[in-house]
Design a protein around this ligand. Structure first.
Ligand code: ADP
Ligand code: GLC
Length: 492
């Protein structure tokens, strides 16, 4: 099949979160299954350091009577033959951030991504991209299925295209004041409660959900949750489309996240020497962060966006409860909400020997924390899939997670039964409050300290769990096949 993937971020070109990991990995996984895959994304400032070639092809998008010109640059996804097109329009994309700066969304985000959606549609024709499946991701590309249905489907280059929308997070919907409807170039009659409107606003995620031929989200549990109470208001819209809605758990890039070859960590290890390897990583991190160098103190890591979603406030409460009286080291890395950044900094100042906080975005440090920690904490209130728990499993770091979404699907809770049948890989808690998280952490620390055979068994089971992309890519292909359009041969 010919698959065109449109996304607002993809590793290594541009990343704010897991969306980029996924959109950088899926094309390669699909290509490995024998499909022709092309990736298209905006040419942000951060993409400009990658070597690219001009295609010489320019295009125009008309927004509210103004002609906006753009061009496509091209390169390949590293370590693959996957062609990548970057949509260049510096006024919109040559900026410091992808969506915001200093925690404030750009005022013209709707226009920027409407422009990108048209640029994707035009690319199919102008770059002659043979396309069976147009796979779009999140609200930034949500207009595309509507453009196909309402504008492009009758043209020969487009008629066989089927569209698929993957939702990575229901919390971000691309919701704009009603006037933004006129930026889309579509007739106002589509601004109604069954199509593009939601509570008198233009909603681009809803638009994608309504118009796509198939919808997926990034774990089976999240696919269920968003139809009942985790849909941020769009539960009914999703239930209406439940016959074409599926959950497929993300995989991970097992090349980048491999403790045997990881270029960011000071010692390499596998299941055979996991204790020695992790201890070397832990010692190095303790030294680097100025924490007491001690092999037996449990180290708890956290890496992620500092946002309400991630339950960082619960982690803060937990650390306050524990740091004064228990010998545990807490190592946290993240950035985002200024209030959460402040609470974390205060914690580190109060307990310098037990808490290390880095307010930063550092891939190297993320690798080091995940390799060095004994426990990885993910108290997310909701989590569509989550990748860092999957990385942790691969590094023999036991995840302690709130039982929600992808965390529920990918971490098997430690019980008598799961220990006996060797399926246990971590510890889950049901209620995202201080009692819940404390109970889970006590179970984790207790097992770490007093039941090292169970602990080692869980480490090894996690390390041997297959989280590679292959299986998930296969599931995407099955859905692509279901929606593929069989265009009847035209009568000549
Ligand atoms: P989300 O997409 O909701 O942020 P995921 O767990 O799916 O959550 O993906 C987060 C990705 O971003 C992971 O690759 C993680 O390592 C990375 N990440 C998040 N915060 C940081 C940070 N401060 N420094 C380095 N990497 C980070
Ligand atoms: C989102 C979700 C995260 C998921 C990622 C990639 O950002 O918050 O859970 O892993 O997308 O699909």
């Amino acid at each position: 099949m010919n698959i065109l993937i449109a996304a607002s971020e993809a590793v290594p070109f541009a990343k704010t979160g897991g969306l980029a990991d996924v959109c950088g990995a899926i094309p390669k996984a699909l290509a490995n299954l024998g499909h022709d895959v092309t990736l298209i994304l905006p040419a942000y400032r951060c993409t400009k350091k990658f070597p690219t070639e001009p295609t010489g092809i320019t295009f125009s998008v008309w927004i509210q009577g103004r002609e906006l010109k753009g061009t496509y640059r091209q390169c390949r996804l590293p370590d693959s033959h996957v062609p990548v097109y970057l949509v260049e329009h510096d006024l919109f994309f040559d900026r410091e951030g992808l969506y915001n700066q200093n925690n404030e969304d750009y005022g013209d985000n709707c226009e920027r991504f409407v422009f990108f959606c048209y640029a994707v549609m035009e690319a199919i024709r102008l770059l002659d991209l043979k396309t069976d499946i147009l796979h779009v991701n999140d609200w930034q590309t949500g207009l595309i299925p509507a453009l196909w249905t309402l504008r492009y489907r009758d043209y020969a280059e487009y008629e066989r295209i089927a569209t698929m929308m993957t939702i990575h997070n229901m919390a971000y919907q691309g919701s704009f004041p009603a006037e933004a409807m006129s930026l889309t170039g579509l007739h106002w009659k589509y601004f109604n409660w069954l199509q593009m409107e939601f509570y008198d606003r233009l909603n681009l995620l809803k638009t994608g959900i309504v118009f796509a031929d198939a919808i997926t989200t990034v774990s089976p549990s999240y696919a269920r949750e968003i139809q009942y109470n985790g849909g941020f208001g769009l539960e009914g819209v999703l239930r209406n489309r439940s016959d074409v809605l599926w959950g497929i758990a993300n995989g991970i890039d097992t090349g980048e996240w491999n403790p045997q070859t990881d270029v960011h960590i000071p010692a390499h290890y596998s299941v055979e020497n996991v204790h020695e390897g992790k201890l070397a990583c832990k010692t190095a991190l303790q030294q680097a962060l100025g924490l007491p160098v001690h092999p037996d103190v449990p180290m708890v890591g956290f890496v992620g966006r500092l946002h309400e979603q991630k339950g960082v406030d619960l982690a803060v409460e937990l650390i306050h409860r524990k740091a004064g009286n228990e010998e545990i080291q807490w190592v946290l890395l993240g950035s985002g909400d200024p209030n959460l950044e402040y609470s974390l900094r205060m914690l580190a100042a109060q307990y310098p020997h037990r808490v290390s906080v880095s307010i930063a975005y550092s891939n190297t440090m993320a690798h080091q924390i995940i390799a060095a920690s004994d426990i990885f904490l993910m108290p997310s209130r909701f989590e569509p899939c989550g990748l860092t728990q999957l990385y942790s499993l691969r590094y023999g770091t036991i995840p302690v997670v709130h039982a929600t979404g992808g965390l529920l699907d990918t971490v098997t809770d430690m019980t008598e039964e799961t220990l006996l049948n060797h399926s246990a890989t971590g510890i889950r808690f049901e209620t995202p409050n201080l009692e819940g998280i404390t109970w889970a952490m006590d179970r984790a620390i207790g097992t770490y300290r007093y039941n090292s055979s169970a602990w080692t068994q869980m480490m090894k089971t996690g390390m041997q769990t297959d989280s590679s992309w292959e299986q998930s890519a296969q599931k995407y292909v099955e859905i692509y096949q279901k929606i593929q359009r069989k265009v009847p041969a035209k009568l000549s």
